[in-house]
Design a protein around this ligand. Sequence first.
Ligand SMILES: [Zn+2]
Ligand SMILES: [Zn+2]
Length: 295
Amino acid sequence: MENRQVVSLARFKRSVGIHVSIAGKVDLAVDRALELGCIGTFQIFTCSPRRWTAKPLDEPQAELFQEKASRSKFAPVAHMPYMPNLASPDGKFHSESVDVLIREIKRCGALGISGLVVHYGSHMGSSIEDGHARIVSACKKAIGSTQGSNVRILLENSAGTRNSVGSKFEDVRNVLDCIGDEKRTGVCFDTCHAFASGYDLRTTESAQKTILEFDETVGLERLFLIHVNDSKADIGEGRDRHEHIGLGKIGDKGFRSFFALKELIDIPLVLETPIDQKLGDKENVAHAKKLLDLE
Ligand SMILES: [Zn+2]
Ligand SMILES: [Zn+2]
Protein backbone atom coordinates (compact mmCIF):
# COMPACT_ATOMS: atom_id res chain seq x y z
CA MET A 1 0.00 0.00 0.00
CA GLU A 2 2.75 2.41 0.95
CA ASN A 3 4.61 1.60 -2.25
CA ARG A 4 1.57 2.28 -4.34
CA GLN A 5 1.18 5.72 -2.78
CA VAL A 6 4.77 6.58 -3.66
CA VAL A 7 4.22 5.55 -7.26
CA SER A 8 0.99 7.51 -7.70
CA LEU A 9 2.57 10.61 -6.16
CA ALA A 10 5.50 10.38 -8.54
CA ARG A 11 3.12 10.00 -11.46
CA PHE A 12 1.12 12.98 -10.33
CA LYS A 13 4.27 15.11 -10.49
CA ARG A 14 5.09 13.99 -14.01
CA SER A 15 5.43 16.80 -16.55
CA VAL A 16 4.22 16.22 -20.09
CA GLY A 17 3.82 18.90 -22.74
CA ILE A 18 4.21 19.66 -26.41
CA HIS A 19 5.78 22.30 -28.65
CA VAL A 20 3.34 25.22 -28.90
CA SER A 21 3.18 28.32 -31.08
CA ILE A 22 3.83 31.87 -29.82
CA ALA A 23 1.90 33.38 -32.76
CA GLY A 24 0.31 36.73 -31.91
CA LYS A 25 1.82 37.28 -28.48
CA VAL A 26 4.28 35.12 -26.57
CA ASP A 27 1.99 34.78 -23.52
CA LEU A 28 -0.65 33.11 -25.71
CA ALA A 29 1.63 30.07 -25.74
CA VAL A 30 0.62 29.41 -22.12
CA ASP A 31 -3.09 29.45 -23.01
CA ARG A 32 -2.40 27.09 -25.90
CA ALA A 33 -0.44 24.72 -23.66
CA LEU A 34 -3.36 24.60 -21.21
CA GLU A 35 -5.85 24.07 -24.02
CA LEU A 36 -3.75 21.16 -25.36
CA GLY A 37 -3.68 19.45 -21.97
CA CYS A 38 0.00 20.05 -21.07
CA ILE A 39 0.98 19.46 -17.46
CA GLY A 40 4.08 21.08 -15.96
CA THR A 41 5.89 21.94 -19.19
CA PHE A 42 5.72 22.94 -22.87
CA GLN A 43 8.22 24.12 -25.48
CA ILE A 44 8.37 27.26 -27.66
CA PHE A 45 10.56 29.01 -30.19
CA THR A 46 11.13 32.51 -28.80
CA CYS A 47 10.99 33.85 -32.40
CA SER A 48 10.44 32.59 -35.94
CA PRO A 49 12.59 29.42 -36.26
CA ARG A 50 13.31 30.01 -39.96
CA ARG A 51 14.74 33.52 -39.67
CA TRP A 52 18.14 34.76 -38.53
CA THR A 53 16.76 37.89 -36.95
CA ALA A 54 14.35 38.22 -34.06
CA LYS A 55 12.10 41.10 -33.08
CA PRO A 56 13.10 42.31 -29.60
CA LEU A 57 10.89 40.82 -26.90
CA ASP A 58 8.15 43.10 -25.66
CA GLU A 59 8.80 43.45 -21.92
CA PRO A 60 5.20 43.53 -20.65
CA GLN A 61 4.43 40.50 -22.85
CA ALA A 62 7.46 38.63 -21.50
CA GLU A 63 6.35 39.40 -17.95
CA LEU A 64 2.83 38.28 -18.68
CA PHE A 65 4.25 35.03 -20.13
CA GLN A 66 6.14 34.41 -16.89
CA GLU A 67 3.14 35.27 -14.75
CA LYS A 68 0.78 33.01 -16.65
CA ALA A 69 3.29 30.15 -16.78
CA SER A 70 3.93 30.25 -13.06
CA ARG A 71 0.20 30.56 -12.27
CA SER A 72 -0.39 27.34 -14.21
CA LYS A 73 2.70 25.67 -12.69
CA PHE A 74 4.55 25.41 -16.00
CA ALA A 75 8.32 25.26 -16.33
CA PRO A 76 8.58 25.90 -20.10
CA VAL A 77 11.61 25.21 -22.28
CA ALA A 78 12.69 26.82 -25.56
CA HIS A 79 14.24 25.45 -28.74
CA MET A 80 16.93 27.19 -30.83
CA PRO A 81 15.86 28.34 -34.32
CA TYR A 82 16.75 26.00 -37.23
CA MET A 83 19.06 28.22 -39.30
CA PRO A 84 22.19 28.35 -37.12
CA ASN A 85 24.73 25.52 -37.33
CA LEU A 86 26.99 25.48 -34.28
CA ALA A 87 29.20 22.77 -35.79
CA SER A 88 29.72 24.63 -39.09
CA PRO A 89 33.31 24.66 -40.43
CA ASP A 90 32.57 28.03 -42.09
CA GLY A 91 33.95 30.72 -39.77
CA LYS A 92 31.41 33.43 -40.58
CA PHE A 93 28.44 31.05 -40.46
CA HIS A 94 29.72 29.62 -37.19
CA SER A 95 30.16 32.98 -35.52
CA GLU A 96 26.71 34.15 -36.66
CA SER A 97 25.31 30.94 -35.21
CA VAL A 98 27.02 31.61 -31.88
CA ASP A 99 25.48 35.10 -31.88
CA VAL A 100 22.03 33.55 -32.20
CA LEU A 101 22.80 31.14 -29.35
CA ILE A 102 23.81 34.05 -27.12
CA ARG A 103 20.70 36.00 -28.13
CA GLU A 104 18.45 33.01 -27.40
CA ILE A 105 20.01 32.44 -23.96
CA LYS A 106 19.23 36.08 -23.16
CA ARG A 107 15.67 35.81 -24.48
CA CYS A 108 15.12 32.68 -22.38
CA GLY A 109 16.34 34.62 -19.36
CA ALA A 110 13.83 37.40 -20.06
CA LEU A 111 11.03 34.83 -20.35
CA GLY A 112 11.97 32.96 -17.17
CA ILE A 113 12.86 29.86 -19.20
CA SER A 114 15.72 27.82 -17.77
CA GLY A 115 16.34 25.27 -20.54
CA LEU A 116 17.29 25.95 -24.18
CA VAL A 117 17.36 22.95 -26.54
CA VAL A 118 20.31 23.15 -28.92
CA HIS A 119 21.25 20.91 -31.86
CA TYR A 120 24.86 19.79 -32.20
CA GLY A 121 24.67 20.68 -35.88
CA SER A 122 26.40 19.38 -38.98
CA HIS A 123 30.14 19.33 -39.65
CA MET A 124 29.26 19.63 -43.38
CA GLY A 125 31.80 16.99 -44.37
CA SER A 126 34.83 18.41 -42.55
CA SER A 127 35.20 15.74 -39.82
CA ILE A 128 33.43 14.60 -36.69
CA GLU A 129 36.38 15.86 -34.60
CA ASP A 130 36.14 19.28 -36.20
CA GLY A 131 32.37 19.27 -35.60
CA HIS A 132 32.97 18.46 -31.94
CA ALA A 133 35.52 21.23 -31.57
CA ARG A 134 33.11 23.72 -33.19
CA ILE A 135 30.10 22.92 -30.99
CA VAL A 136 32.32 22.94 -27.88
CA SER A 137 33.75 26.35 -28.73
CA ALA A 138 30.27 27.68 -29.58
CA CYS A 139 28.87 26.63 -26.19
CA LYS A 140 31.91 27.92 -24.31
CA LYS A 141 31.67 31.31 -26.01
CA ALA A 142 27.93 31.56 -25.36
CA ILE A 143 28.32 30.61 -21.70
CA GLY A 144 31.20 33.07 -21.33
CA SER A 145 29.08 35.85 -22.86
CA THR A 146 26.13 35.18 -20.55
CA GLN A 147 27.84 34.87 -17.17
CA GLY A 148 25.37 34.93 -14.31
CA SER A 149 22.55 33.52 -16.44
CA ASN A 150 20.83 30.40 -15.14
CA VAL A 151 19.75 29.24 -18.58
CA ARG A 152 21.01 25.76 -19.28
CA ILE A 153 22.04 24.69 -22.79
CA LEU A 154 20.36 21.33 -23.41
CA LEU A 155 22.26 19.55 -26.17
CA GLU A 156 19.93 17.27 -28.10
CA ASN A 157 21.17 13.91 -29.40
CA SER A 158 20.89 13.78 -33.19
CA ALA A 159 19.38 11.13 -35.48
CA GLY A 160 22.69 10.23 -37.11
CA THR A 161 21.89 11.81 -40.48
CA ARG A 162 24.88 12.41 -42.77
CA ASN A 163 27.54 14.68 -41.22
CA SER A 164 25.54 15.14 -38.04
CA VAL A 165 27.31 15.47 -34.71
CA GLY A 166 26.03 14.05 -31.41
CA SER A 167 24.14 10.89 -32.39
CA LYS A 168 26.14 8.46 -30.25
CA PHE A 169 26.12 8.63 -26.46
CA GLU A 170 29.94 8.65 -26.48
CA ASP A 171 29.90 11.83 -28.59
CA VAL A 172 27.33 13.43 -26.29
CA ARG A 173 29.57 12.68 -23.30
CA ASN A 174 32.69 13.83 -25.06
CA VAL A 175 31.20 17.22 -25.98
CA LEU A 176 29.80 17.80 -22.48
CA ASP A 177 33.18 16.96 -20.94
CA CYS A 178 34.98 19.37 -23.24
CA ILE A 179 32.56 22.23 -22.48
CA GLY A 180 33.07 21.43 -18.83
CA ASP A 181 30.39 23.64 -17.26
CA GLU A 182 27.93 21.32 -15.52
CA LYS A 183 25.70 24.13 -14.23
CA ARG A 184 25.06 25.55 -17.68
CA THR A 185 24.82 22.36 -19.75
CA GLY A 186 22.76 19.19 -19.92
CA VAL A 187 21.13 16.76 -22.31
CA CYS A 188 17.81 16.63 -24.09
CA PHE A 189 17.19 13.00 -25.10
CA ASP A 190 15.06 12.68 -28.23
CA THR A 191 13.46 9.24 -28.55
CA CYS A 192 13.05 9.45 -32.35
CA HIS A 193 16.67 10.53 -32.83
CA ALA A 194 18.03 7.87 -30.47
CA PHE A 195 16.02 5.18 -32.23
CA ALA A 196 17.06 6.39 -35.70
CA SER A 197 20.70 6.27 -34.67
CA GLY A 198 20.41 2.68 -33.48
CA TYR A 199 19.25 2.70 -29.84
CA ASP A 200 16.32 0.33 -29.43
CA LEU A 201 13.25 1.43 -27.43
CA ARG A 202 10.63 -1.06 -28.62
CA THR A 203 10.42 -3.38 -25.60
CA THR A 204 10.90 -3.18 -21.84
CA GLU A 205 14.25 -4.92 -22.11
CA SER A 206 15.58 -2.78 -24.96
CA ALA A 207 14.35 0.51 -23.43
CA GLN A 208 16.01 -0.45 -20.16
CA LYS A 209 19.23 -1.39 -21.94
CA THR A 210 19.30 1.93 -23.84
CA ILE A 211 18.77 3.99 -20.68
CA LEU A 212 21.37 1.94 -18.80
CA GLU A 213 23.84 2.60 -21.61
CA PHE A 214 22.97 6.30 -21.50
CA ASP A 215 23.54 6.32 -17.74
CA GLU A 216 26.87 4.54 -17.99
CA THR A 217 28.12 6.70 -20.86
CA VAL A 218 26.63 10.15 -20.22
CA GLY A 219 25.03 9.91 -16.76
CA LEU A 220 21.34 10.33 -15.95
CA GLU A 221 22.22 13.31 -13.75
CA ARG A 222 22.96 15.19 -17.00
CA LEU A 223 19.48 14.51 -18.41
CA PHE A 224 17.03 17.41 -18.05
CA LEU A 225 14.49 16.90 -20.82
CA ILE A 226 13.07 14.16 -23.02
CA HIS A 227 11.65 14.82 -26.49
CA VAL A 228 8.96 12.21 -26.99
CA ASN A 229 8.58 11.49 -30.68
CA ASP A 230 7.76 8.30 -32.53
CA SER A 231 9.81 7.54 -35.64
CA LYS A 232 8.75 7.04 -39.26
CA ALA A 233 12.23 5.68 -40.00
CA ASP A 234 13.30 2.29 -38.76
CA ILE A 235 15.95 1.65 -36.15
CA GLY A 236 19.45 2.69 -37.19
CA GLU A 237 18.32 4.25 -40.48
CA GLY A 238 19.84 7.58 -39.54
CA ARG A 239 16.81 9.58 -40.69
CA ASP A 240 15.10 12.29 -38.62
CA ARG A 241 11.41 11.69 -39.36
CA HIS A 242 9.07 12.33 -36.44
CA GLU A 243 5.79 10.40 -36.22
CA HIS A 244 2.72 10.65 -33.97
CA ILE A 245 3.04 8.77 -30.67
CA GLY A 246 2.20 5.13 -31.22
CA LEU A 247 1.94 5.32 -35.02
CA GLY A 248 5.63 4.91 -35.79
CA LYS A 249 8.30 2.23 -35.45
CA ILE A 250 8.69 2.69 -31.68
CA GLY A 251 4.95 2.19 -31.16
CA ASP A 252 2.67 2.12 -28.14
CA LYS A 253 4.47 -0.85 -26.63
CA GLY A 254 7.81 0.93 -26.85
CA PHE A 255 6.53 4.15 -25.29
CA ARG A 256 4.69 2.33 -22.53
CA SER A 257 7.94 0.51 -21.67
CA PHE A 258 10.00 3.68 -21.92
CA PHE A 259 7.59 5.71 -19.75
CA ALA A 260 7.56 3.00 -17.10
CA LEU A 261 11.32 3.28 -16.50
CA LYS A 262 11.63 4.50 -12.93
CA GLU A 263 14.92 6.24 -13.75
CA LEU A 264 13.03 8.74 -15.93
CA ILE A 265 10.14 9.55 -13.63
CA ASP A 266 11.37 13.10 -12.80
CA ILE A 267 12.34 14.12 -16.32
CA PRO A 268 9.90 16.44 -18.15
CA LEU A 269 8.56 15.12 -21.45
CA VAL A 270 7.90 17.30 -24.51
CA LEU A 271 6.30 16.08 -27.74
CA GLU A 272 7.36 17.36 -31.15
CA THR A 273 4.94 15.32 -33.20
CA PRO A 274 4.12 16.28 -36.81
CA ILE A 275 1.47 18.74 -37.92
CA ASP A 276 -0.61 16.82 -40.47
CA GLN A 277 -4.10 15.45 -41.15
CA LYS A 278 -3.62 12.22 -39.20
CA LEU A 279 -3.71 13.48 -35.62
CA GLY A 280 -3.72 16.82 -33.80
CA ASP A 281 -1.50 18.02 -30.94
CA LYS A 282 -4.29 17.55 -28.42
CA GLU A 283 -4.74 13.90 -29.41
CA ASN A 284 -0.98 13.28 -29.19
CA VAL A 285 -0.77 14.76 -25.68
CA ALA A 286 -3.82 12.76 -24.58
CA HIS A 287 -2.35 9.58 -26.04
CA ALA A 288 1.00 10.12 -24.32
CA LYS A 289 -0.85 10.68 -21.03
CA LYS A 290 -2.76 7.46 -21.55
CA LEU A 291 0.50 5.56 -22.07
CA LEU A 292 1.84 7.28 -18.94
CA ASP A 293 -1.26 6.14 -17.01
CA LEU A 294 -2.11 9.80 -16.35
CA GLU A 295 -5.60 9.47 -17.81
ZN1 LIG B 1 13.75 16.90 -30.60
ZN1 LIG C 1 14.05 15.55 -34.94
